[in-house]
Ligand binder design. Sequence first.
Ligand SMILES: Cc1cc2nc3c(=O)[nH]c(=O)nc-3n(C[C@H](O)[C@H](O)[C@H](O)COP(=O)(O)OP(=O)(O)OC[C@H]3O[C@@H](n4cnc5c(N)ncnc54)[C@H](O)[C@@H]3O)c2cc1C
Ligand code: HEM
Length: 403
Amino acid sequence: MTPQQIELVKATVPVLRENGVALTGYFYNRMLGNNPDLKETFNMGHQRSGAQAQALAGAVLAYAENIEDPSVLLPVVELIAHKHVSLNIQAPDYSIVGENLLHSISEVLSISMDDPLIDAWAAAYGQLADLFISTEKAIYDQHQQTKGSWLGWRNFKIAKKVIESDEITSFYLAPVDGGDLPKYEAGQYISVRVFVPELGLRQPRQYTLSTSPQADYLRISVKREDEKENLAAGWVSNTLHSLAEGSQIEVSAPTGNFYLIDHTKRNVFISGGVGLTPMIAMLNQLVTLDMPQPVSFIHACRSSQVHAMKKHIHDLKDKYPRLSTFTAYEFPHDGDVLGIDYDIAGRLDLSNVDVALLPINADYYLCGPMPFMAEQHKALIARGVPAQNIHSEAFGTGGVKLS
Ligand SMILES: Cc1cc2nc3c(=O)[nH]c(=O)nc-3n(C[C@H](O)[C@H](O)[C@H](O)COP(=O)(O)OP(=O)(O)OC[C@H]3O[C@@H](n4cnc5c(N)ncnc54)[C@H](O)[C@@H]3O)c2cc1C
Ligand code: HEM
């Protein structure tokens, strides 16, 4: 980019930010209107809540705002690139996004497409798009070279459904082609794509693989997002729960940069609700590797009724004395026994957890609702845990912190 172009981009960012919702909303409507096929790539649930409109175009604005020092976005490029790969986004898709973004800027700011400002924005976007395309190519190449892995969507059959709690059901997914499966990293996720009758469209969603790599199936554990207050029920989770064993769904290859880094270290898993899925995968992986170090499994949920995989953890604890657990039930039920089913009533507060379960030099893994993760992260930092040893995964858009 020329110095003039950098100045032009920087000068218009505040104007675009001021019209942020108008611009991002305009951009999505324009792009999805011109390219209706993309409705089967984007999460229409985020479209209805507005979350996605802030994510993609917001990221471009944040990048442009910091064009001289784009470090705001660089640390999250890998995270976004894995998500793009799991949705099978390809280089030509960047041209569609770029073209619609530039036309949206021109139309929202009422400036001609020939204006030097549009050229400047095209250069800024192109620079960022190139960075994503090359990062994603490296991930696609890796998938291509991994035995049992694949590119794009592959058909899987729901071989078995197991009810884990009132809300969470596990799906055992077997490839319809009967081929091999890859040895993924425990903690990674797949995207699944199902036809949502209410929308008349296929919709993708990400689900963490909830156990360590197996020879003949991938397992996901899905929370049914029921209708609540005045919010409609979740589309994909309800569709999945309604599918019978034997049904087919589309699945993309395991990916993601949240996974068990070092099995030889002390590891502490802290989860809230369905955020336990990557923790179970990592724990099962440690069991497979015969757990060289003590492990802490700290979990918070509302009560035993929604406490998934409780028996699995109890059984592991009997077998592996190096596994320590701590469970918080926000609203214990009458039959829930303190000291057996759970360790504390109320929300998880790490100051109530035995310090032996929270060593300063451990690797920490967090997953759960955003406010839950923010609170645990703050508590760990206050205890002296180095920020670089705390790893977290957000189950939705918005995990990416920008500007
Ligand atoms: C990396 C990653 C891993 C994940 N792993 C798991 C996992 O292991 N298990 C799991 O269960 N989930 C997981 N998720 C979440 C999952 O991808 C879906 O987001 C989740 O299942 C909800 O999808 P849905 O289609 O059912 O809901 P959507 O239709 O997408 O709706 C999402 C939520 O918005 C609410 N809503 C409805 N209408 C509105 C409105 N107008 N405004 C605002 N909100 C509204 C719905 O009630 C619902 O709770 C993961 C997500 C990511 C990104
Ligand atoms: C330089 C260009 C792009 C930037 C900066 C960008 C940025 C982002 C960001 C920040 C997220 C949210 C990640 C998260 O919260 O986990 C995201 C998700 C996503 N992006 Fe991109 N993106 C770009 C290009 C594209 C392209 C070309 C496509 C496809 C046409 C695309 C499709 C998606 C989809 C489908 C999601 C997930 C949507 C969701 O779950 O709601 N993006 N992108």
